[in-house]
Ligand binder design. Structure first.
Ligand SMILES: Cc1cc2nc3c(=O)[nH]c(=O)nc-3n(C[C@H](O)[C@H](O)[C@H](O)COP(=O)(O)OP(=O)(O)OC[C@H]3O[C@@H](n4cnc5c(N)ncnc54)[C@H](O)[C@@H]3O)c2cc1C
Length: 187
C-alpha cells in the first residue's frame, strides 16, 4: 500500500519540493536510505500485508518483531490440520521424525474425540506444525526484518521466507528495495 510513491510524498512534504528531473525521486530515495541519522519515518508510509503459512517455530521467531501487527489462526477455536514441516535432506531419522509427528496428531485427534477442549489437546503437537497468520508491516520495519532474518546467522527456514519476501519487495517497491540492497544488504 503506497509503494515508492508514498516514500517520496513523505519526504517531499518535509522539503516542500517537487521532482525536477525524471530520476530525482530515485536519487531522493537513495539519499534517504543512506542518511545518517536515519530519516526512517518517510518509509513508514508504505505498508505491506502478507498472508503467511509457516512452521510454528518460524512464527515464534517472526513474532519477536514488534513494530507490525499480526493475527494468527487460533488452535483454541480451529482444529489443527495434519500438516507439518519435514526438513529436506535429512534421511537419517526422517522416518522416526514423521512417525512422531503422525503419532502426535493421532493423540491430538483422539483427545478431541474424547471431549478434550482444543486449547488443551493442542499441547501435544510439535513446533513443526504449520500455522497461518496475517502480517501487516510498514516498509521500514519490513527492511529491519529482512536485514535480520536474511542474515546467515538466522535460521535457514526463516531465511527462506526473508528471501521470498525480499523478491516481492523488489517487485512492489523497486526503487527503495534496490537502494536498500545496495546500502544495507551488501554491507
Ligand atoms: C539471528 C537471530 C537470533 C536471535 N536469537 C534470539 C534469542 O536467542 N532469544 C531472543 O529472545 N531473541 C532472539 N532474537 C530476536 C531479537 O532479539 C529481536 O527481538 C528480533 O530480531 C526483533 O528485532 P527488533 O527488535 O529490531 O524488531 P522490532 O521489535 O520490530 O523493533 C524494531 C525496532 O524498533 C525499536 N524498538 C522496538 N521496541 C523497542 C523497545 N521496547 N525499546 C526500544 N526500542 C524499541 C528498535 O530500534 C527495534 O530495532 C534473535 C534474532 C535474530 C535475527
Amino acid at each position: 500500500m503506497g509503494g515508492d510513491a508514498a516514500v517520496v510524498r513523505g519526504a517531499r512534504i518535509c522539503y516542500q519540493s517537487t521532482a525536477r528531473t525524471p530520476d530525482a525521486d530515485t536519487r531522493l530515495i537513495q539519499r534517504l536510505i543512506q542518511a545518517t541519522p536515519k530519516h526512517n519515518t518517510v518509509f513508514e508510509h508504505a505498508v505491506f500485508r502478507f498472508g503467511v503459512k509457516c512452521p510454528l517455530f518460524v512464527a515464534r521467531q517472526w513474532m519477536r518483531h514488534r513494530i507490525c501487527t499480526f493475527n494468527e489462526k487460533s488452535l483454541r477455536y480451529c482444529i489443527a490440520d495434519r500438516e507439518y514441516y519435514v526438513p529436506a535432506g535429512r534421511d537419517e531419522g526422517r522416518a522416526a521424525y514423521v512417525a512422531h509427528m503422525e503419532a502426535s496428531f493421532d493423540l491430538y485427534e483422539a483427545l478431541i474425540a474424547q471431549g478434550w477442549p482444543r486449547e488443551q489437546a493442542r499441547a501435544v503437537l510439535g513446533l513443526g506444525v504449520y500455522t497461518e497468520f496475517i502480517w501487516t508491516v510498514n516498509a521500514w520495519s519490513l527492511m529491519n526484518w529482512i536485514e535480520k532474518r536474511i542474515d546467515l546467522h538466522a535460521q535457514a527456514e526463516h531465511r527462506a521466507y526473508a528471501e521470498a519476501i525480499l523478491d516481492i519487495y523488489c517487485q512492489v517497491m523497486p526503487v527503495t528495495a534496490q537502494a536498500f540492497r545496495e546500502a544495507v544488504l551488501s554491507r
